[in-house]
Write a protein that binds this ligand. Sequence first.
Ligand SMILES: [Mg+2]
Length: 306
Amino acid sequence: MAPVERAIRARFETRQRINGSAGPIFALLEGVGLSERVGGFLIDLDGTVIEAGALIPGAAEALRVLIQKEIPFRIVTNTTSKPRSAILAKLRALGIELRPEQLITAPIIGRDYLLGEGITRCFPLLRASLLEDLGTIEFVESSPQAVLVGDIGDDLTYAALNRAFRFLLDGAAFITLARNRYFRGMDGLCLDVGSFVAALEYATQREAVLIGKPARAFFLAACQSMGVPSEATVVIGDDLEADVGGGKAAGCMGVLVRTGKFQLAQIEKSEISPDAILDSLAGLPGLLGPRFPARPERSPNQKPGP
Ligand SMILES: [Mg+2]
């Protein structure tokens, strides 16, 4: 076990002894052992940057630090309820201006996977608005090459699930953009896509190919897109399995935030050890190390860099 992980465990166990539970000030190890290796960030969206449609306090400021210091980062999300353009517009309305390539979604990665497999005809358990992120992929109602699963919200019906079930029995490829168990909605925790994927897996005795987090290929593609090796990349998110566990399995560092769906009980029973735990994304600047010193002032006759 790495020293940082041991430190987290030790603090956790000490607080348990003292308080009977880990309490609200559990293991704040901002930057310990991480900062010297940090070259870039993959940052989860829901529960980490925004929650219930609003910015998490300090999140926008943390992202502005990255932008101002020109530190590579990507927002990485399994959101499949809306296309990338709609997510970018929502973030813009909240005061966060991102370039399209700075937002990596499961459908964007899924498009490349599907085309690489020669799949262009999919039966969707997915909203039609996602087509704009899927390039030349078509949604079809008969003879699909694949069943493609994502967030279909209240449009999910028994009839739709059953059609997917039958196509899978007939041999269609089984691909899901996400398999998150639950998310935090406006009125509490809500069943997420993974629950319905599990239903189809159970019935068909097949296993779906996962495109989004925590798939290793998703994190590696995100690292590659920002030009930072995985060992110098920090994944930050509120999901212990999908963000921290997935990131670490891809060779990244994994940092958990205590916002969104964070639940202390999940850490207690999990084998996944975050490299650090932050109260929120507002603590991100504390992870910056010697690779990112304060930018020197330019002299008046110095040309700006590239
Ligand atoms: Mg999240």
